[in-house]
Design a protein around this ligand. Structure first.
Ligand code: PMP
Length: 308
């Protein structure tokens, strides 16, 4: 990733991609305190659009606030940084990665002279869980790792350190031949995937775990609004693992994963073992929204950036 042409926004300016480097004594590298976002920009008929940019930047700012890291830039500067990396890298669709981290001004947990750095990078990135799987659906496995407890890491923050848990779970699942992990919370209730929220459909009603241990996903919010608009009831509640086994349909949501059907959990097919009709309807509407093809009612979620 480091050796390529392009530009990265780093601490207020656009710099050459290869020069966007940090020292090995970077504090966040040692203790995992930092926060980030995953944002996507899509090519639309009206130009490149960053989807729900303001909501992502707000969550980033909130993550920093939860971690107690003073943000050196306003939300509008960070929003503009996203537009700048799209323009300067001439991308018409992109995955975007803003990150907030501590520098190398000091070491040790007590270091109090640390500078907060902010960077935003963007590059092309296709379907996170595989292009075929968007139609076909994925096979997932309940993880042996629990999702964070709300009083261990702060689950409302999208913090760098908490992704150690995600990586352990994902590596275990893929090593065992599955596509993704399903993590339970410390009480044993379904929380989310390693980088996705989860939804179930049963008897035409959508269910999703409440946000105690799961990230407040922006795609999750989008799907909830869409589902309600289509007239489906959406219930947020504690969900048990066996409720997933008897769901008619299940799917993951995430900026990277978009809407990915789940066709099998712990070697049990979900419903017919393929993408369900309600999943398909919501997935297709989601792709229409992000590509600016849906009702103009949702245009407020599109942030158009002209690619020069
Ligand atoms: N849960 C976790 C653990 C994630 O990493 C992500 C991806 N950011 C999500 C859920 C989905 O969040 P969003 O829809 O905002 O991308």
């Amino acid at each position: 990733m480091a050796d390529r042409d392009g530009f990265i926004w780093f601490d207020g300016e656009l710099i050459d991609w290869r020069s966007a480097q940090v020292h090995v004594l970077t504090h966040s590298l040692h203790y995992g305190m930092g926060c980030f976002e995953g944002v996507r920009a899509y090519k639309t008929d009206r130009g490149t659009s960053i989807f729900r940019l303001e909501d992502h930047t707000r969550r980033l700012t909130n993550s920093a606030r939860i971690l107690g890291m003073p943000m050196p830039y306003s939300e509008s500067v960070i929003n503009e940084a996203h537009r700048e990396v799209i323009r300067s890298n001439k991308l018409d669709s992109a995955y975007m990665r803003p990150i907030v981290f501590y520098g190398s001004e000091g070491m040790g947990l007590r270091a109090d002279n640390l500078k907060v750095h902010v960077a935003v990078a963007a590059w092309e990135w296709g379907a996170y869980l595989g292009a075929d799987n968007i139609q076909k659906g994925i096979r997932i496995k309940t993880s042996s790792y629990s999702r964070h407890h709300v009083n261990v890491t702060m689950c409302k923050a999208k913090s760098t350190g908490s992704y150690m848990n995600s990586m352990m779970a994902l590596r275990e699942a893929t090593h065992d031949g599955y596509d993704e992990a399903m993590l339970l919370d410390t009480q044993g209730f379904v929380a989310e995937g390693s980088g996705e929220n989860i939804f179930l459909v049963r008897d035409g009603i959508l269910y999703t775990p409440d946000l105690t241990a799961a990230l407040d996903g922006i795609t999750r919010r989008t799907i909830m609004i869409l589902a309600k608009r289509f007239g489906y009831e959406v219930i947020e509640k504690r969900i048990t693992r066996d409720e997933v086994y008897i769901a008619d349909e299940a799917f993951f949501t995430g900026t990277a994963a978009e809407v990915t059907p789940i066709r099998e959990v712990d070697n049990r097919p979900i419903g017919s073992g393929s993408r369900g009709p309600i999943t398909e309807r919501l997935q297709s509407a989601y792709f229409d929204i992000v590509h600016g093809r849906f009702d103009s009612e949702f245009d407020g979620w599109l942030d158009f950036t002209e690619v020069r």
